[in-house]
Design a protein around this ligand. Structure first.
Ligand SMILES: Cc1cc2nc3c(=O)[nH]c(=O)nc-3n(C[C@H](O)[C@H](O)[C@H](O)COP(=O)(O)O)c2cc1C
Length: 322
């Protein structure tokens, strides 16, 4: 199993707080890209991550979309998995018991198609072993509002967060979509409804056309673009949200190196998630953490948390509030 032994390790306090959850370091494995880490464990210790976000769980089992549902793109990939999963009952009976021996903190992820569904599934996640927070994938369509994405609308986002907060005691993280004109009112709505943190960003809507077959590459036609191609969009979303929020931000989108992660931290993120990069190189979290620590040391900071917002004017007056 790979480690990065051999070089002198800087002594930096890497711990960060997401609401009442304490993570041993700011690296999070992004939802849908790491499962519980077992598939990666032969190559890298999943405990490299401060937390692993599980694949989003829905109320009912779902087969997901027809194939093909992934496609490579320049500097990224498209996916339209369609929330394939076993549903909450199967998850609780067959998968949740293994969380007791999880290698690191777990963040459960919930997806739903109505406010009631989000609240019901989230309530079942509260109190599972090693689960320290619940993330809400509010990028799903809302069947009660003609399929409009929850996270495209401040009121729908707030309704989901408020309903979940009523049912759970763990910190709640609202994961927002970048497919909006302005992320600020949506992030603010999540915060006002009681969210303890926001995750930014989910995948960016995109599509590709197979010009030989003269049809869309993905059976679902469009999908979510992830990987380095979306990083500037994601950094900007973090920057914009950081102008108005006082709760922590988990930044993600195309992180592959320590430098990439530092962009998010300095733009205002408290923690960073790594998704697509795990598929190409499972050792990415080891290098990212080492390089973040080195940067903190180079700047004579004793904590990684002190890197948050370094590039952002709002943080001069807000230090210590997140
Ligand atoms: C194959 C795949 C499946 C994903 N599934 C989920 C999911 O179930 N729930 C969710 O909130 N985000 C999901 N995501 C989005 C990622 O968690 C992340 O927000 C996005 O990919 C941007 O980060 P990245 O560029 O590091 O991958 C998925 C992404 C990929 C590539």
């Amino acid at each position: 199993m790979a480690t990065l032994n051999g070089s002198a390790q800087p002594r930096i306090d890497t711990r960060v707080r997401i609401g009442s959850a304490r993570l041993k370091n700011p690296l999070v494995a992004a939802s849908g890209c790491y499962n519980r880490g077992a598939e990666f464990a032969r190559v890298v210790d999943p405990a490299a991550y401060g937390a692993i976000v599980l694949k989003s769980i829905t109320a009912q089992p779902r087969l997901g979309n027809a194939m093909p549902r992934v496609a490579p793109t320049p500097a990224g990939m498209l996916n339209a998995i369609g929330l394939q999963g076993p549903g909450i009952e199967y998850f609780l009976t067959h998968e949740a018991p293994a969380l007791a021996s999880a290698p690191t903190a777990i963040i459960a992820s919930v997806a739903g198609f109505s406010v009631a569904e989000f609240a019901a599934v989230a309530a079942r996640m509260d109190g599972l072993p090693n689960v320290v927070a619940i993330e809400l994938d509010v990028s799903c369509p809302n069947v009660d509002r003609e399929g409009e994405c929850f996270a495209a609308d401040p009121d729908s986002t707030a309704a989901v967060v408020a309903a979940v907060k009523e049912r759970v005691s763990l910190p709640v993280i609202a994961k927002l979509t970048p497919n909006v004109a302005d992320i600020k009112p949506i992030a603010l709505a999540a915060q006002s409804a009681g969210a303890d943190a926001v995750s930014l960003i989910n995948a960016v809507r995109g599509m590709a056309v197979d010009v030989t077959a003269a049809r869309p590459v993905l059976a679902n036609v469009s999908g979510g673009l992830s990987g380095p191609a979306i990083r500037p969009i994601a950094v900007n979303a973090v920057w914009e949200a950081a102008k108005v929020l006082r709760i922590p931000i988990i930044g993600m989108g195309g992180i592959e190196t320590g430098r990439d992660a530092l962009e998010f931290l300095m733009a205002g993120a408290t923690a960073v998630a790594i998704g697509t990069a795990n598929f190409r190189d499972p050792l990415v979290p080891l290098r990212v953490l080492r390089d973040i620590e080195k940067e903190a040391e180079r700047r004579k900071l004793s904590t990684v948390a002190a890197l948050t917002g370094l590039a952002h004017p709002s943080f001069a007056t807000k230090t210590g509030t997140r």
